[in-house]
Design a protein around this ligand. Structure first.
Ligand code: COA
Ligand code: AMP
Length: 631
């Protein structure tokens, strides 16, 4: 077996031969002309000229090779107390029939389909059915409000929307259909129709001739076979937060996405075909796309689709119940989930009730794993706990301890080293490489490995400006951090206005846009303040229009409602304070970073460019009224 060092060297020095060999494990109708196509650098493409199909590789290939009777998907709903299973053969039947439904509604290769569904197997069926006929899916997370859905409808212009009547949160039923109807009403682009899965917990009102009942249309559907598509064709668009209110439509390509994900299952997660793999995330996020749906299915695993929360459904033992009941070998979740469990059950009493000896490793991502949580999980579970760093844009890990290659020693607070295929550097503002241990911008040398985003939907210029312009020849990750003498990477913070709330990526700019639309708000600033459970929480400072003499609390609660209505409950925006003025530089830039440091009671320096230092004292007093800035 090769050491990590050897594999890393090979992937970096000979990327074309390295990935071409890996790609042999995938089914292609036609092989590539070029492994890496640099004809349009700095935009690179992988496996140009090749023809393949994602759905064939995720399902049909396994059926052909004898895995038809193996369970492909376990659906465990801790909210409805139910478990259901689909074998690869059953999944093939459902997916090929739903592909027929899509096709009978006029969806063809290249058309977009929005999937707005909770954690039900039909969501996976819809995604795979799109892939089967070469349609491009865009899954929208259920915690977003109509307005966010409308923005996505207008950007990717779907032919059809596939939705469910409701999602189930522990304390309430989220009615999806009224949100969907409102989004279509707001959007300029009008899809041709909607297919709606009627869940028994709440059935939706349907518009005849426009809304079609999933169950009804499936009864008469003719199965469709896989359609060959180009390796460079988009598999999906997944919107993620950027600096402004307009989300970025990250594109995943077909061939590169498949090769990298398949490779990662063995090399990073040390998972084998047939093993049960559980990514406790949501299909609305990139973790869900890559590790609930595609990677485990490419690898012939059994994937687990979990509807519930780490605590409260019904208690802090649910993760252990699921692991032991379904023989889970690898669990992948966000650190916030473990912080929630640790808070409720610090001594691990619930863990004692279950036999979780089947678990071989725990992977965490979405935010930096704090050493406390890492060590608690390691001690309680007795398995390797691996923090790994990645982004929607990359689709898979940039840094990880690659358990399937060689387990490296863990350093607290570090997602270990760059994964084979990734060449990382830390640069200062002038683009010069800094010394080991010094903080700067984390960048990756181009071309990026396969599976990373080839571009942003409808926004190639934004792609260039956001990621490729500042440091020519590199991809700017948007994260700051350092690399130590041993090559261990430490990811410390974002360099832009993105914050991370319970592993969910949010734009403070988008929240500010909503707050600024309140008639009494003159200007505002939103920052992510530290939170023991969710990592960060958005906190808004509001300056009111002169002459407004209403109660501050009334305005604040209207603002909280407005963010919930416009962005959605997932923004978790509940903290706001009215301030007299905002601290700015002499050129008018709001000093959000300094305000955050004051709120978090971390060390801060008076910015040399500040216009009026006295404002920071006022801000400190205002933040103290919310229980912050008290250190
Ligand atoms: N549909 C509708 N609403 C949703 C939703 C969904 N799919 N997911 C979350 N929400 C709502 C919640 O109900 C909550 O609403 P509320 O303000 O009415 O309480 C709000 O959005 C915030 O949700 P969340 O951040 O999940 O907080 P929580 O208090 O419900 O749970 C944790 C806290 C830590 C248990 C939870 O955040 C968690 O499990 N996080 C794991 C994160 C994760 O998997 N991230 C993916 C990256 S790997
Ligand atoms: P998302 O695109 O939603 O996956 O969010 C990506 C961002 O989450 C990254 O740019 C980081 O800021 C943060 N992130 C994800 N994983 C980690 C990690 N393991 N350590 C530190 N930050 C992380």
């Amino acid at each position: 077996m090769n050491s990590f060092e050897e594999v890393y060297k090979e992937a970096c020095e000979n990327p074309e031969s390295y990935w071409a060999e890996i790609a042999e494990q995938v089914h292609w109708y036609e092989k590539w002309d070029k492994v890496i196509d640099d004809s349009d650098a700095p935009f690179y493409r992988w496996f140009t000229g090749a023809q393949t199909n994602v759905c064939f590789n995720a399902i049909d290939l396994h059926v052909k090779e004898g895995r038809g009777e193996q369970v492909a998907i376990i659906h465990d709903s801790a909210i409805t107390n139910s478990v259901s299973k689909l074998t690869y053969l059953e999944l093939q039947d459902q997916v090929s029939r739903f592909a027929g439904v899509l096709s009978s509604h006029g969806v063809a290769k290249g058309d977009r389909v929005i999937v707005y569904m909770p954690m039900v197997p039909e969501a996976v069926v819809a995604m795979l059915a799109c892939a089967r006929i070469g349609a491009v899916h865009s899954v929208v997370f259920g915690g977003f409000a109509s307005n966010e859905l409308a923005v996505r409808i207008d950007d990717c212009e779907p032919k059809l929307i596939v939705a469910a009547s409701c999602g189930l949160e522990p304390s309430r039923t989220v009615e999806y259909k009224p949100l969907l109807d409102e989004a279509i009403e707001i959007a300029t682009h009008k899809p041709d129709g909607c297919v709606v899965l009627q869940r028994p917990q709440s059935r939706a009102n349907m518009t005849k001739g426009y809304d079609f009942d999933w169950e009804e249309v499936m009864k008469t559907a003719s199965p469709m076979d896989c359609v060959p598509v180009a390796a460079t064709d988009p598999l999906y668009i997944l919107y993620t937060s950027g600096t402004t209110g307009q989300p970025k439509g990250v594109i995943r390509d077909t061939g590169g996405g498949m090769v990298s994900l398949k490779w990662s299952m063995k090399n990073i997660y040390n998972s084998n075909p047939g093993d049960v793999y559980w990514a406790a995330s949501d299909i609305g996020w990139v973790v869900g796309h890559s590790y609930i749906v595609y990677a485990p299915l490419f690898h012939g695993n059994t994937t687990l689709l979990f509807e519930g929360k780490p605590v409260g459904t019904p208690d802090a033992g649910v993760f252990w119940r699921v692991i032991s009941e379904h023989n889970v070998k690898v669990l992948f979740t966000a650190p916030t989930a473990f912080r929630a469990i640790k808070k409720e059950d610090p001594t691990g009493q619930y863990l004692k009730k279950y036999d979780v000896s089947c678990l071989e490793s725990l992977f965490l991502a979405g935010e930096r794993t704090d050493p406390d949580t890492l060590n608690w999980a390691k001690e309680k579970l007795g398995v390797p706990v691996i923090d790994h760093w990645w982004q929607t844009e990359t689709g898979w890990a940039i840094c990880s301890n690659c358990l399937g290659i060689e387990q490296l020693p863990v350093k607290d607070g570090s997602p270990t080293r760059a994964v084979p295929g990734w060449q990382l550097s830390v640069l200062d503002e002038g683009g010069n490489e800094v010394k080991p241990g010094e903080i700067g911008a984390l960048v990756a040398k181009l071309p990026l490995p396969p599976g990373t985003f080839p571009s942003l939907w409808n926004a190639q210029e934004r792609h260039f400006d956001s990621y490729l312009k500042t440091f020519p020849g590199y991809y700017e990750t948007g994260d700051a951090g350092y690399i130590d003498e041993d090559g261990y990477v430490f990811v410390m913070s974002r360099t832009d206005d993105v914050i991370n709330v319970a592993g969910h990526r949010l734009s403070t700019g988008a929240i500010e846009e909503v707050l600024a639309s309140h008639p009494d708000v003159a200007e505002c600033a939103v920052m992510g303040v530290n939170d023991a459970l969710k990592g960060e929480l958005p906190l808004g400072c509001l300056v009111l229009n002169s002459g407004v003499d209403r109660d501050d609390q009334e305005i604040i609660s209207e603002c909280v409602q407005l963010v919930r209505a416009k962005i959605g409950p997932v923004a978790a925006f509940k903290l706001a304070v009215v301030v007299g003025r905002l601290p700015k530089t002499r050129s008018g830039k709001i000093l959000r970073g300094t305000m955050k440091k004051i709120a978090d009671s971390t060390e801060w320096k008076m910015p040399a460019t500040i216009d009026d230092p006295a404002i920071l004292d006022e801000i400190e007093v205002s933040l103290q009224s919310l229980g912050y800035a008290e250190g």
